[in-house]
Design a binder for this molecule. Structure first.
Ligand code: NAD
Length: 475
């Protein structure tokens, strides 16, 4: 059991909520602890705190002062990063080696990055006009509702919190119930460094609490990461309210292996690009496209890769694949494996629950070959360690298959010729794409097109998402 108190953080104080949710450790299937579960009243209180006088002062605080507080906030996050990384691994089954990077080091680094970006920032720019001149001001958008999923809970939260606070906004984080405990790491760090009361509020809870927050009259902007289905509902509400919204949604990205790709290097690269975080990653290269004349060697090598991955305790450093987050998620993934078995595809690795994992929500790394791109397992996001392999004839055919998806989040191109691979990458309709690897870059924008979302996070573009411009025409 964990020793983290199931609290919510509103207006600079910790409160015991009236409702709780049991957080289950996916590696064991046993309770990890009681997590806070915010009610609509808690959400109302959090919005009121985010609009209170001390929180509003943060908006007018000079950027250099905000940056100084954020640097202390970054250090406080860094201080507790090992603890946070372990807690997330216990909540969602993420392999600890990955958790240390994305839930431990990354949040502190990103807060520091945005502090640096606004440190010498001048909010007003003078532009000559036809008559007189114009002051173009960048102002904070206001109160931000940040809603996050369980798969990368700290990273996806800080991708909203860091730029929003740097821009001068106040934030209400509605974290997912599965990872309701680690969300408090932000509250502990905020309290420790004296972030003004109400500037950051942490209220983990369920979908109903999230929906209440999205439509709350006191919210000025919504930043959401999660499923396309929930994103659509949130987008509809925001459309009706004319409320700015950023949606980071699902994906079904392609790995295009070009005919000159090196077998060993490519398959080593797919270990991360296609299986990272037990397959519970939105930007996963889960549809692998292989040139027909190299098809047999790549199918064998990818099947061998899947079979060689170590499935087990996510707290063990040797583990490649931990459990899925919940029993429900495992059922969903097993259902897709059954759909694959009943299609014309050929199962070449995995296909079920590992025999040596009697408890917890484990699934074997699974690969289907000979998959038609129109099949459900190639079109729908499975969100587990399940890959499809589809043969293609030439580069144009590969590009057409890669773009033959309702999603448009990410992808990869693998080749010994980086320029040729980059030309192919330019033709893929996604918000990001990797050449011979895939890793988010905090200085560059990340996000989707088509059903994968609207707007960008990270980089200067991620800061602009929390600003509105105002033009003051002066004569
Ligand atoms: P989900 O959409 O069910 O839940 C995500 C969050 O939204 C949770 O906090 C949930 O409580 C809340 N929520 C759900 N319905 C809501 C509603 N109607 N109004 C307000 N809040 C609501 O997603 P999930 O299944 O928990 O997470 C997995 C999904 O997230 C996958 O589809 C994955 O691709 C996506 N994802 C996208 C990115 C990205 O950056 N594009 C990153 C990670 C995960």
């Amino acid at each position: 059991m964990t020793t983290v108190q199931p609290e919510i953080y509103i207006g600079g104080s910790f409160w015991r909520p009236v409702e709780f949710t049991t957080v289950i450790e996916p590696a064991t299937g046993r309770p990890l602890g009681e997590g806070p579960c915010a009610t609509e009243t808690d959400i109302d209180d959090a919005v009121a705190a985010a609009r209170s006088a001390p929180a509003l002062q943060w908006r007018s605080c000079p950027p250099a002062e905000r940056a100084a507080v954020l640097k202390r906030f970054s250090a406080a996050l860094r201080e507790r990063s090992a603890q946070t990384a372990t807690l997330v691994t216990r909540e969602n089954g993420m392999p600890i080696t990955l958790s240390r990077l994305v839930n431990g080091i990354f949040p502190a680094a990103l807060v520091r990055y945005y502090a640096g970006l606004v440190e010498g920032f001048s909010p007003e720019e003078v532009r000559p006009a036809l008559a007189g001149h114009t002051l173009v001001r960048r102002e904070p958008v206001g109160v931000v509702a940040a809603i996050t999923p369980w798969n990368y809970p700290q990273a996806l939260a800080v991708m909203k919190i860091a730029p929003a606070l740097a821009a001068g906004c106040s934030v209400i984080l509605k974290a997912a119930p599965e990872t309701s405990l680690d969300a408090l790491a932000f509250a502990y760090a905020a309290a420790e460094v004296g972030l003004p009361a109400g500037v950051l509020n942490i209220v983990p809870g369920g979908a109903a609490a999230g929906a209440h927050l999205v439509g709350h009259p006191g919210v000025d902007k919504v930043a959401f990461t999660g499923s396309t289905a929930a994103g659509r509902a949130i987008g509809e509400t925001c459309g009706r309210l004319i409320r700015p919204v950023t949606l980071e949604l699902g994906g079904k990205s392609a790995a295009i292996i070009l005919d000159d790709a090196d077998l060993t290097d490519t398959v080593n690269g797919l270990r991360s690009a296609s299986f990272v975080n037990n397959g519970q990653t939105c930007h996963l290269s889960s549809r692998i496209l292989v040139p027909r004349f190299r098809y047999p060697e790549f199918v064998d090598a990818i099947a061998d890769l899947a079979s060689s991955l170590t499935v087990g305790d996510p707290l063990d450093e040797a583990t490649d694949i931990g459990p899925l987050v919940s029993e429900r998620q495992r059922e969903r993934v097993l259902d897709y494996i059954a759909i694959g078995r009943n299609s014309g595809a050929k199962l070449v690795a995995g296909g079920g629950v590992p025999d040596d994992q009697p408890s917890g929500w484990f699934v074997q790394p699974t690969v289907f070959a000979d998959v038609d791109n129109a099949d459900r397992i190639a079109q729908e996001e499975i969100f587990g360690p399940v890959l499809t392999i589809t043969p293609y004839d030439d580069d144009d055919n590969a590009v057409a298959i890669a773009n033959g998806s309702a999603f448009g989040l990410a992808g990869t191109v693998w080749s010994t010729d980086v320029e040729r691979a980059t030309d192919i990458a330019r033709r893929i309709r996604t918000g990001s794409i990797g050449v011979n690897g895939y890793e988010l870059d905090m200085r560059s924008p990340f996000g989707g097109v088509k059903d994968s979302g609207i707007g960008r996070e990270l980089g200067p573009e991620g800061l602009a998402a929390y600003e509105v411009t105002k033009s003051i025409y002066r004569f």
